[in-house]
Design a protein around this ligand. Structure first.
Ligand SMILES: Nc1ncnc2c1ncn2[C@@H]1O[C@H](COP(=O)(O)OP(=O)(O)OP(=O)(O)O)[C@@H](O)[C@H]1O
Ligand SMILES: [Mg+2]
Length: 250
């Protein structure tokens, strides 16, 4: 059965989508079969992999129009794309019975086909994120090494705790990791020290450095390993993937 991982932080622009793509692609390079699910109405993950205007999206599936229909990007790396229409889903689904479980039900038949199912979530703690967390056994939290990085994080941890208690006993925090790190900046180093004190063993050793190639790859419609395999970005995400595999074995 696959591991279902949500990448979540309701703070915007911290690297959720970049991490979902490149953790997925990295684990794929390490031999794992991966499904990426774009659960963000911004559809950045889909666009970053060159998928726009798809017919069968996560939106149609959540509305009950069809099953999840993954599209193959490369061998062993599939994606269920999103669409801007998904922004209506929070309201449309809010009155449904069992509305928190819709994604979990959709994923269930696919769980035996993949090693990892990775869900990119929007920068909010609304119904879409709750669906993602209810469907997952792990949440990974990217943190920017910036002032106020930890601000508001207690809200996310509170939501995770409530979901574990009420909706999904399997869910746990798989760890936090630092993105867009620049060791030359004193502020970055100070923030990392605070995060280390706060999270201890939950913090991954690997820091994702600030690397322009990571910001460029989406314009080419590919992951960092296809775009610039020798970049810091590729190096860091591959190391992070190895850490994820090691933690999962333990
Ligand atoms: N390590 C990095 N180095 C340089 N740029 C990065 C890095 N990680 C992400 N970026 C860039 O920062 C911006 C925000 O990243 P991303 O879209 O992954 O964040 P997000 O958390 O998914 O945002 P949102 O909350 O809007 O969904 C993007 O332009 C991305 O290309
Ligand atoms: Mg995003």
């Amino acid at each position: 059965m696959s591991n279902v991982i949500t990448i979540s932080n309701h703070k915007g622009g911290v690297g959720k989508t970049t991490s979902a793509i490149n953790i997925g692609a990295g684990l794929n390079r390490l031999g794992k079969k991966i499904l990426l699910i774009d659960l963000d109405p911004q559809a950045n993950l889909s666009q970053s992999l060159g998928l726009t205007d798809q017919e069968r999206t996560i939106y149609g599936a959540l509305r009950g129009e069809h099953n999840l229909q993954p599209i193959e990007i490369t061998k062993g790396l599939d994606i269920v794309p999103s669409t801007l229409d998904l922004s209506g889903a929070e309201v449309e689904l809010s009155g449904e019975a069992g509305r928190e479980y819709i994604l979990k039900e959709l994923i269930e038949p696919l769980r035996s086909s993949y090693d990892y199912i990775i869900i990119d979530s929007p920068p909010s703690l609304g119904l879409l994120t709750i669906n993602a967390l209810t469907a997952s056994n792990e949440v990974l939290i990217p943190l920017q090494a910036q002032y106020l990085a930890l601000r508001g994080l207690s809200k996310l941890l509170e939501v995770v705790e409530k979901i574990t208690k009420r909706l999904n006993k399997e869910l746990k925090v798989g760890g936090v990791f630092i993105t867009q790190y620049d060791s030359r900046k004193v502020l970055n180093r100070d923030v990392v020290a605070t995060i280390e004190t706060h999270f201890k063993s939950e913090l991954f050793n690997t820091k994702i450095r600030d690397n322009i190639a990571l910001a460029e790859a989406p314009a080419k419609g590919v992951d960092i390993f296809s775009y610039q395999p020798k970049s810091y970005g590729a190096e860091d995400y591959l190391l992070l993937c190895k850490e994820i595999l090691k933690r999962n074995r333990q």
